[in-house]
Design a protein around this ligand. Structure first.
Ligand SMILES: C[S@@+](CC[C@H](N)C(=O)[O-])C[C@H]1O[C@@H](n2cnc3c(N)ncnc32)[C@H](O)[C@@H]1O
Length: 282
């Protein structure tokens, strides 16, 4: 088998959503329609969407989430790439002025500039690309997201010590947690792995200064993960203060930077910013 086919197969196996539980034909579009109304109801309830809110659904399929979302009175923009689904969605919501169906790619569709929520059962294969789009620009207007994602992906996104800086950066500005496990039987066709309801909420009350300080701390910590936390922090505040701050947050100052949870780096950033003592002018 050519190398590129082997790599593609491996990727498909890792993205359980791309292959049905029975090992049938590969499902490259990641189509796994939600068939359990209780899951849709939980997602919509968790989002707390209501009149006056703007909700974007990415990968709307046949509308399993669109319908309960529309019932909340929120304005819903349902994005779907497959023209056959788009035609069905347009027919289904033709008389509902609260729902706009957009044919497009979730990875490039225009996103609002005013605060919005995302509620979606997304194709697993583009999970990282979508989070990057939604959470990466510092000025992103997203307020919250309730997503169905692959279980392993959700675990990586919510790890106390994320493997890479990108996820740590998302965690610094947003709370990410798993609200529940969703079994393969909740979808048609069933994926080969469990899914998770991933909840994302913007952290309230974070100033731009705090965000910037948190980013610098995380950059330094991820650049030299084995370096003592007191030295990483000591590059930003006087050494004695670094020692005191770490102790007050329950961190042993000589501990390696990689053992400090993102939430603690954020707490340290808040303390540094509040006292205006950062000597970092980068
Ligand atoms: C997991 S299914 C979810 C469908 C529906 N929301 C549901 O829960 O039943 C993912 C949907 O995303 C669509 N899709 C796949 N790639 C897409 C992309 N790049 N942009 C927009 N939609 C996409 C598929 O056609 C499919 O309808």
């Amino acid at each position: 088998m050519p190398r590129h086919s082997r790599i593609q197969n491996r990727q498909n196996r890792r993205n359980g959503q791309n292959r049905s539980a029975r090992g049938g034909a590969p499902n490259h579009a990641g189509i796994h329609l939600l068939r359990d109304p209780a899951v849709s109801a939980r997602m919509v309830r968790s989002s707390a969407a209501g009149p006056g809110d703007l909700v974007i659904e990415l990968g709307a399929g046949l509308g399993a989430l669109t319908t309960p979302l529309a019932a909340t009175g929120a304005r819903v923009i349902a994005v779907e790439r497959d023209p056959r689904f788009v035609a069905k969605l347009q027919r289904r919501f033709a008389d509902d002025p609260g729902v706009k169906v957009v044919e497009g790619d979730a990875r490039s569709v225009m996103l609002p500039h005013r605060p919005y929520a995302v509620v979606a059962n997304i194709p697993y294969a583009i999970s990282t690309a979508l989070l990057r789009r939604l959470l990466d620009p510092e000025a992103t207007a997203i307020a919250s997201a309730d997503l169905l994602v692959e279980w392993g992906f959700a675990k990586r996104m919510t790890a106390t010590h994320p493997r890479d800086l990108e996820v740590a950066w998302w965690q610094a500005r947003f709370e990410l947690r798993i609200a529940g496990r969703v079994p393969p039987g909740s979808f048609r066709p069933a994926p080969s792995v469990d899914s998770a309801h991933l909840v994302i909420r913007r952290r309230p009350g974070l100033s731009r200064g705090q965000v910037r300080t948190a980013r610098r701390l995380l950059q330094d910590a991820y650049r030299q993960p084995g370096r003592p936390a007191r030295e990483v922090l000591g590059a930003h505040v006087p050494k004695k203060r670094a020692h005191r701050l770490l102790t007050s947050t329950g961190i042993d100052p000589p501990a390696a930077a990689e053992t400090v949870p993102v939430a603690t780096w954020l707490e340290l950033a808040r303390a540094i910013d509040a006292s205006g003592e950062s000597r970092d002018s980068r």
